[in-house]
Ligand binder design. Sequence first.
Ligand code: NCD
Ligand code: ZN
Length: 480
Amino acid sequence: MTSEKIIADLVINGGVVVSPDAEYTASIAIKDGKILAIGEREAMPEAREIVDASGLHILPGAIDVHVHFRDPGYPQKEDFASGTAAAAFGGVTTVFDMPNTLPQIADAKALAEKHEIASAKAHVDYGLYAVLGEDSLANIDALIEGGIIGFKCYMGNTFGRIPSPTTGAMLELFELVAPTGKRISLHAETNSVMERREARLRAMGKTEPLDHLAARPAVVATEAVSRAAILAEWTGARIHVLHISSAAELRPLADAKARGVDITGETCPQYLLLSTEDYAAKRGVIRVNPPVREPENQEPIWQALVDGTIDMIATDHAPHSIEEKTREDIWTVDCGFPGVETQMPLMLTEAKRRGASLSDYVRWSAENPAKRWGLFPKKGALQVGSDADIAIVDTNRSWTVDDQALQSRAKITPWDGMEATALPVHTLVRGRFVMKDRTLQDDARGWGQSVHAIQEMPAAEPQNVDGTMAAVTRRSPIDD
Ligand code: NCD
Ligand code: ZN
């Protein structure tokens, strides 16, 4: 009997593989988009292509669970091609795209159209979010059937002006989403608080960059996190706190985790690397929701990442045009800025500065996002059988961020001029180079796929079943 010889598509030799608990020199063989073997160079099968990664680190591609690629609706800011090209240059192999597009993704038709756009243009894999709003009750099943990674609930107003649902609607929505297993990501800023403050500031004639922060102090976020956690605890729904910006949010987050709520949290580079000290120089460019805050928030946020209270790093990549970011009156400046391309270099630089390991970074950027959204170990891991989603990184490369050189269509960020000490050199998605030697690969457009089909999210633990909507309606005297 002859056994058929296995020939790999690609073998990567000489790099240092970074896992969540170790770094080790090894070769990686890839076949049919998956990792076929990891081990000694001599143990690798024959391969069609061999890449030398000597002196480089091999990381699982980052999973950025919070990007805004603006497609359809705002081509001057970004589209799915430019946004995913930026991801590829940033070592990011999967993105979850937000639903505040035009139209917003709140029903099955809009979702189907966005799937067509994304599958035609994406250079990297993606999940699509759908809006969970005041009137979403009837759409939940159709949206899940149409293929989403999760829901997005806007508790406060931000770009796109999607109205925030009432607490009453949120309770019902959480109850209906809980058994589906889908995670609900929250823009956790309480609208009524910040709306009143902004109105007062504007009436006083205040228009400076720091007035944006005055309208949205940390209590705006903290109240929202606490309230959402109570609703999640009551219903058993899984929730995720987007863009944690303040030390004050950490207590309700940690408390809810201690109570057994399935709550996760992300922070973003802007809340670790920027502070109130940057407003004078960066002005409207730094305007983002929630706002960049006082420097004393940075250390507690970092410690929360280290101790696991905050699960992951995302970017809230939120591109706008130069004109939209440089208006004089702060209230007219669009909120947000790009981040998907610079996250890995800047956070690896920051991790090194603060004494965290590459393994720590891999836990925050890849393993935890994959686990919390039911994609692990197909995504977020360098293991035999995992998708070959890989960032090959030079962790000893000094360079300076230049907005004009970024892939994003929005050539204006607060990162311009920042020094980094790491740079992704190649990015592979399911075994294919999408960025090689800092060059976008021609055949990569359209290679990206939606990851919703591989997601496994078991139904959430039911909670307070005698206090649900169904219990209320069953108990009504009319039914007896
Ligand atoms: C985001 C955007 O522009 O879509 N803006 C922002 O300031 N973060 C929306 C959001 O995530 O709040
Ligand atoms: Zn947001």
